[in-house]
Design a protein around this ligand. Structure first.
Ligand code: GLV
Ligand code: MN
Ligand code: MN
Length: 396
């Protein structure tokens, strides 16, 4: 393991779920942020936090036209050790190696650590980059609420930010000449290609929707089976409808990974159930079509159970095609490494709408991610750092 990953291996471990739960501005995330700042300052970088809680560490004078690299430190609930931190740690290591070799950059350079990439606390993924680019309006962000009822505005204030200043940050954005995110691969792509490193070609279109199934709360013992309008049963059938609909459309993906049963008592027929749908496909149109079909199927099964359902979009991300010229240039610098498509969302994808950006993937021999089984070998992590160092050397 890279030394940096070792240093943070004890932070944010989740004893119940396994793996890590590092959610924005909560204790583990704050600890990781402090660790990053200390680590960056130790190699002489000048650290600042922007108006949206993204951390910048500058090697030399800040932009314009800077080469910026980085990723995120937050995780999904019960996530792996590599998704996010690998890119942050590799950025620190690549710059330290350049420094040690006596390399003097002729262009500004920074590491950027994005806030709330996973959307695990406030529900919207890539929050830091969406706020910076204006893809998410500050008013909407401020009003987001975490599972404990704390608004994003309050959480940001408690973390030392000014909630009134959240939002589009042209000044920061305009300093980025080019962004590169190194990331652990999240599928089997590199296992099958037999190499340690790839460049990214595209990201699936994806979105999140909140389904609220409403029935009649009642007594588990006093209510005959025939008299029930049970939203849990309706929601269970809705999940099967989600699965069947996506399975029938090749290449599409749909997941229900989170549910909230209200009120949630063993001897209580629930009154409502919230379920969150994550749906993805190659194009925006295909994803919208998938959602339309899922919605129709869910409405039908829910009605059969005497319940009703509302479907509310919480976030949306267009399909991303990384600039092919930049991708091919990077691939050539690295010795013709392959280009891989991914089904996972990234801040680098959000940035493509505003600045040239690219990604490097490091092989994950388990092919598993968003789980404690996510992995990258020490040798492959080093290959990733070497690739990033090589790219920075060419770009700087
Ligand atoms: C982020 O990892 C996502 O793809 O949801
Ligand atoms: Mn992730
Ligand atoms: Mn990630």
């Amino acid at each position: 393991m890279l030394a940096g990953l070792d240093e943070i291996a004890g932070t944010g471990r989740d004893a119940q779920r396994g793996g890590y739960s590092r959610h924005v501005w909560q204790a583990a995330d704050l600890e990781l942020r402090a660790w990053f700042i200390e680590r960056a300052e130790r190699i002489g970088l000048a650290v600042e936090t922007d108006r949206n809680g993204n951390i910048w560490a500058w090697w030399g004078e800040p932009g314009p036209d800077a080469v910026v690299t980085g990723s995120h430190l937050d995780s999904v609930p019960g996530g792996g050790a590599f998704d996010g931190p690998l890119g942050v740690v590799s950025s620190l290591d690549a710059i330290a190696r350049l420094q040690a070799s006596g390399f003097v950059p002729s262009r500004a350079c920074a590491i950027l650590v994005f806030a709330e990439e996973e959307g695990s606390r406030f529900g919207i993924a890539c929050l830091g980059s969406r706020l910076m680019t204006g893809a998410l309006h500050a008013d909407r962000a401020r009003a987001l609420v975490d599972p404990d009822g704390i608004t994003l505005a309050d959480a940001a204030a408690r973390a030392g930010l000014d909630p009134a200043r959240l939002g589009t940050d042209r000044e920061s954005l305009e300093r980025i000449g080019l962004f590169v995110e190194l990331h652990v691969e999240q599928g089997r792509g590199l296992i099958d290609l037999g190499g340690p490193v790839a460049v990214a070609s595209s990201i699936l279109a994806h979105g999140r929707w909140r389904l609220t199934v409403t029935g009649q709360g009642n007594h588990a013992g006093a209510t005959l089976m025939a008299d029930r309008r049970d939203p849990m049963v309706a929601a269970a059938r809705a999940v099967l409808a989600v699965q069947d609909t996506a399975a029938a459309r090749p290449g599409t993906r749909a997941t229900v990974g989170r549910m909230n049963i209200v009120p949630g008592g063993t001897n209580v027929i629930p009154s409502s159930v919230q379920a969150w749908l994550d749906a993805r496909a190659e194009t925006d149109e295909e994803t919208r079509a998938l959602l339309g079909e899922i919605t129709a199927a869910v409405e039908a099964v829910v009605a059969e159970n005497g319940c009703s359902v509302s479907v509310v979009e919480e976030s949306w991300a267009d399909a991303v095609h990384f600039d092919p010229e930049l991708r091919d240039r990077f691939s050539a610098v690295l010795g013709d490494v392959p280009a891989l498509a991914t089904g996972a969302g990234h801040d680098s994808g959000v940035l493509t709408a505003s600045v040239p950006s690219a990604m490097l993937f490091v092989r994950n021999p388990t092919g598993i991610s968003h789980s404690p089984e996510e992995f990258a070998s020490a040798d492959d992590c080093v290959a990733g750092v070497e690739a990033l160092e090589k790219l920075l050397r060419t770009l700087l």
